[in-house]
Design a protein around this ligand. Structure first.
Ligand code: HEC
Length: 155
């Protein structure tokens, strides 16, 4: 009797050990998947929208949504329309009245420039009127830029 009880206890222990082991492996695998999916490969838009990075970007974009649209719109929000923003010149929304700071800074919104902008808008174009402090985490900025790239493309 006591022998059987011991057996089942030890098999329970080894089972929970196996579960622990499996759990500790999962994050590494998930991370690898994010890295692979984050590659700008020949991925279909549908697949890209399933990636963890895209979902993170979508979450972060909630901070921008009140002030910006990513597709052409007849209604101008507080900020300029960001349709096709990747590679666009700064101050190029002809329906928007930019501050002198952003009108004269002469930038092209490629990914490295957007990264600097999103880290600290006030540093890249001092005196601009975008009321947003910035995003400190580089991975978050990369995820947001990836989201902008996909969602601001014509569709
Ligand atoms: C409170 C409103 C507000 C929020 C929030 C906001 N923006 Fe802006 N954004 C603006 C305004 C206003 C401008 C124009 C600033 C100027 O003219 O100086 C601007 C400008 C920009 C520009 C330059 C566009 C161009 O045509 O040159 C980009 C890119 C941009 N914002 C992206 C973002 C992103 C991405 C977020 C979210 C992280 C965000 N903004 C959050 C109001 C906002």
């Amino acid at each position: 009797m006591s022998g059987t009880a011991k057996m089942s206890l030890s098999s329970k222990l080894s089972l929970s050990l196996a579960v622990l082991l499996a759990l500790s492996v999962v994050p590494a695998q998930a991370q690898l998947q994010v890295q692979v999916q984050g590659q700008p490969s020949a991925q279909s838009p549908a697949a890209a929208e399933q990636s963890a990075e895209f979902k993170r970007g979508r979450l972060l974009y909630i901070q921008c949504r009140a002030c910006h649209d990513l597709q052409p719109s007849p209604v101008e929000k507080v900020g300029p329309n960001l349709a096709g923003i990747i590679g666009r010149r700064s101050g190029a929304d002809t329906d928007f009245v930019y501050s002198p700071a952003l009108k004269t800074v002469k930038l092209v919104w490629d990914k490295p420039t957007l990264d600097r902008w999103l880290e600290k808008p006030s540093a890249l174009a001092p005196g601009n009127t975008m009321a947003f402090a910035g995003i400190a985490n580089p991975a978050d900025r990369a995820a947001l830029i990836r989201y902008l790239e996909i969602e601001s493309a014509p569709h």
